[in-house]
Design a protein around this ligand. Structure first.
Ligand SMILES: [Mg+2]
Length: 224
């Protein structure tokens, strides 16, 4: 019998892509205001082409973006883009649709847990920004074990904290390699959040899949 539901945070509860898109729009608008000669639409297209080439977490994206458009880096334009990007990123952390009502309903029956690789303060900032900081019985972060998934240490730590057996836990995450594989290895029931858009190649088969929406969890729980 499932007694606890464990959620990964980024791209499982937080709509990371929405945040990314809005931050990038703000950055491009700011760079245009500062003199960059490009339309917003064209700028977004080029920026996301570069993200798909370098990865969504690439930290020097605005350097390569400006080099591509101007052939060089204009530091005043780049700084204005970075400042706008950061302001929006920090102000706009959205949960995916139905996250809040789903958590509210689940909370009545199950222990709810966050298991994130991010540092403790970052996790809490994101939870508070999304106004879901009171929904969880445990919030387990990088600081608790100093290891990140797919290491099994964070999972063992949470079992100990919850005083539960693996088969009593349902792990929900958007990464087959980091969330699903280690949890499955330990005997957790696993649910892959496909809507998170993770395209990594992995041979691991999750027990269940959330295709479009987190509220599909109720169907899964009803047959468990
Ligand atoms: Mg994730």
């Amino acid at each position: 019998m499932i007694k606890a539901i464990i959620f990964d945070l980024d791209n499982t509860l937080i709509d990371f892509m929405k945040m990314k898109r809005l931050s990038c729009e703000a950055a491009i608008e700011a760079m245009i205001r500062e003199g960059l000669k490009i339309s917003k639409k064209e700028g977004m297209k080029i920026l996301f082409e570069l993200y798909s080439k370098y990865g969504l977490e690439y930290q020097r994206i605005f350097q390569v973006f400006l080099k591509k458009i101007l052939g060089k880096i204009d530091y005043k334009i780049m700084a204005s883009g970075i400042v706008a990007y950061r302001r929006v990123k920090e102000g706009l952390l959205y949960p995916y649709p139905n996250v809040v009502p789903t958590l509210n309903k689940l909370k009545k029956k199950y222990k709810l847990v966050i298991l994130s690789d991010a540092p403790r303060i970052q996790v809490w900032i994101r939870l508070v920004a999304m106004k879901i900081q009171d929904k969880f019985d445990y919030v387990i972060t990088f600081d608790d074990t100093k290891t990140i998934k797919p290491d099994i240490k964070p999972f063992l730590y949470l079992l100990k904290k919850l005083k539960l057996k693996p088969e009593e836990c349902l792990m929900v995450g958007d990464s087959l390699k980091r969330d699903i594989a280690p949890a499955k290895k330990l005997g957790f029931k696993t649910v892959f959040a496909k809507y998170g858009g993770n395209k990594e190649k992995a041979k691991i088969k999750p027990d269940y899949i959330l295709k479009y929406n987190i509220n599909e969890l109720f169907t899964i729980l009803s047959i468990l």
